[in-house]
Design a protein around this ligand. Structure first.
Ligand code: ZN
Length: 406
């Protein structure tokens, strides 16, 4: 046995002592947490296969989709007897690497250990626990005797942590997502989230001419030029209409990289900006605004200062009075005894892939919040997870309920 194996055994015996073996929500969450699916690299085949077994047993028809090797997503479909609307239930199965973010784990990130009402592990909160709650709610409704209509689609998707292009994006592009409404079970900070900002990673390059550092005037220093460019960007403003739920865009300088040797004038320096967009903004206007701002500040020569878009994701929004949002609000209120705030979130979710194709989407509704994601000793509160499982059951049953016959 390897040391890791011994640790896993030790962890397993602790769980036997503390977990309720009859609790399917805890058991499924543990099963999913114990299958690593770090992104990068993003291989989600094993975790989708495990979910497939579970959903097939409950009568769901399965379709696996793998647009790029390893990036597997699962669509599990349940048709009720009468025709009706389709509700899409979505959760991502990839997780950020165990060591992402700061701090050290005091537990096995793949152990699913339980202590003090918390289930620990990478992805326990973001978002294998919430996905387990969604899957249990879906199977419970499918097995119940209550007459419902329409279709339930569970989408367990890859690649959300790196923008979703090879997960939800590929599913939408392939025409595999057809739904009247969608619900994403991301941690929502006790709110019903109907809007999220988009992102746009921008690279700025300054270019100079290298030379011997003992005669700096013979070269053109790209690092010094970058200092001036970044200083000028402190007064950068981006065109936008402030959004009622999402406010205004933000810009953060996130990386800088330039120079190779202590005695050489650097001829290249690169920096990246993380720009968070609100609805109405586009990559084109973001780039134009930066280029024009730099021109006004005296950095208009593209041979010296270059601006490019590296990666991008769009903002998403759904009308707060959409039917699925109202059903979610009522379900939340029944569970917690007070109405939720219907709001926006600073972080991105997969919601925009669906909302941009016209599907009203609850972008995040789930236990915990952003502060609990991507951290060491990530955990989900088991009681809170149970509350959300009840909320999901309530939403599904109400969305697919058969109208009273006259
Ligand atoms: Zn997430």
């Amino acid at each position: 046995l390897s040391r890791a194996g011994e640790r896993a055994d030790e962890a397993a015996s602790r769980q036997v002592a503390q977990a309720d073996p009859g609790d399917p929500l805890v058991a499924l969450t543990q099963d999913l947490v114990r299958i690593p699916s770090e992104n990068p690299p993003g291989d989600t085949r094993a975790v989708c296969a495990a979910l497939g077994v579970y959903l097939k047993e409950a009568g769901f028809a399965l379709e696996f989709f793998e647009p790029e090797a390893g990036f597997a997503s699962l669509l599990a479909i349940y048709e009720f007897e009468r025709p009706g609307a389709t509700l899409l239930l979505c959760g991502h199965v990839d997780v950020v690497p165990a060591l992402a973010g700061s701090g050290r784990w005091s537990r096995d990130p793949w152990g699913g250990e339980i202590e003090g009402g918390r289930l620990y592990g990478r992805g326990s909160l973001d978002m294998k626990g919430p996905l387990a709650a969604l899957v249990l709610a879906a199977t419970e409704v499918a097995r119940s005797e209550v007459p419902l209509s329409g279709r339930l689609v569970v989408a367990a998707v890859a690649d959300e942590e790196r923008g979703g292009r090879r997960g939800s994006g590929a599913l939408v592009q392939a025409g595999k997502i057809r739904a009247d409404a969608a619900l994403i079970a991301e941690p929502g900070d006790r709110r019903v989230v109907v809007a999220h900002r988009g992102m746009c990673f921008v690279e700025i390059r300054t270019k100079g001419r290298s030379g011997h550092a003992s005669v700096p005037e013979h070269g053109v220093n790209a690092v010094e030029l970058m200092v001036e460019v970044l200083t000028a960007c402190r007064s950068l403003t981006l065109r936008h209409e402030p959004h009622p739920l999402l406010g205004s865009p933000t810009v953060a300088v996130t990386t800088i990289d330039g120079g190779e040797n202590a005695n050489v004038i650097p001829d290249l320096c690169r920096a990246t900006f993380d720009v968070r967009k609100v609805p109405g903004m586009s990559d084109v206007t973001v780039k134009e605004d930066i280029v024009e701002h730099l021109e006004r500040a005296g950095f208009g020569n593209p041979a010296q200062v270059e601006v490019r878009i590296l990666a991008s994701g769009e903002p998403g929004e759904t009308a707060p009075d959409a039917g699925v949002v109202e059903i979610a609000v009522r379900a939340f209120e029944r569970e917690f005894g007070h109405p939720p705030e219907v709001g926006g979130t600073a972080a991105a979710t997969d919601g925009w892939w669906f909302s941009q194709s016209g599907i009203p989407t609850v972008m995040a509704l789930g236990p915990g919040g952003i502060a609990g994601c991507h951290i060491a000793d990530e955990f989900v509160d088991i009681e809170e997870l149970r509350s959300y499982a009840r909320i999901y059951t309530d939403i599904i049953a109400n969305f697919l309920s058969v109208p009273e016959l006259a």
